[in-house]
Design a protein around this ligand. Structure first.
Ligand code: HEC
Length: 171
């Protein structure tokens, strides 16, 4: 667990150097993010889906988290809406690090017609404690490995996931 944590901290530090100086919550952000585990292979296939459609815990949890928080703007199943882009397409282009940076710091595109804003979730444990699961789910959708809707079968929650969740959520 030590190495991936160090990498996450490095990423967040690099990407939020300016913010860290002025925001007391930035330390908290790093702490939350640091307790999640980064996809081991750098994010290429951070999911497991069996021939029978059974998904690993990360994908299932990511499905639940995505569809309770991100879907309000990005549409169900990552499919996009008139307000926010289809993350199923975005992840064909964005790296894990770019994805993480946008979720932590937010993103704002100001044009003459509308102001569309991606909120910053860096201090929100309900997002940051599960960000790798959300990524795993969206990546599986983006790769075409997983269809729309609730995955029909999923693996049980592993003990490590329960422990990581507990320490990340501060309990
Ligand atoms: C309040 C609405 C809202 C919510 C909730 C929201 N987003 Fe966004 N998001 C946006 C908007 C709008 C954009 C486009 C911003 C831009 O392009 O400047 C965006 C952009 C993004 C991008 C960049 C997409 C690209 O193609 O560049 C990512 C990644 C992203 N959001 C992930 C998430 C995740 C993960 C969640 C849930 C944890 C989430 N968003 C929740 C509104 C939202």
């Amino acid at each position: 667990m030590r190495l991936p944590e160090a990498r996450i901290i490095a990423v967040i530090l690099t990407l939020t150097t300016a913010a860290i100086c002025s925001m007391p919550t930035a330390a908290e952000t790093q702490e939350k993010a640091a307790t999640t585990s980064r996809p081991a292979d750098g994010g290429d296939r951070p999911y497991r889906i069996g021939a029978d459609g059974k998904v690993d815990w990360a994908v299932f949890n990511g499905f639940r988290r995505y569809n309770s928080i991100c879907n309000t703007c990005h549409g169900p199943d990552g499919a996009g809406s008139s307000f926010a882009p289809a993350l199923v397409d975005s992840l064909k282009r964005l790296s894990y690090d770019q994805f993480l940076e946008i979720v932590v710091n937010g993103k704002e595109e100001v044009n003459t017609a509308a102001e569309k804003k991606m909120p910053m979730f860096g201090t929100n444990p309900n997002v940051m404690c599960y960000i790798d699961d959300i990524y795993a789910y969206l990546k599986a959708r983006s790769d075409g490995a997983l269809g729309r809707g609730r995955p029909p079968k999923h693996e049980d929650k592993p003990a490590e996931a329960a422990e990581a969740e507990k320490s990340c959520m501060g309990g």
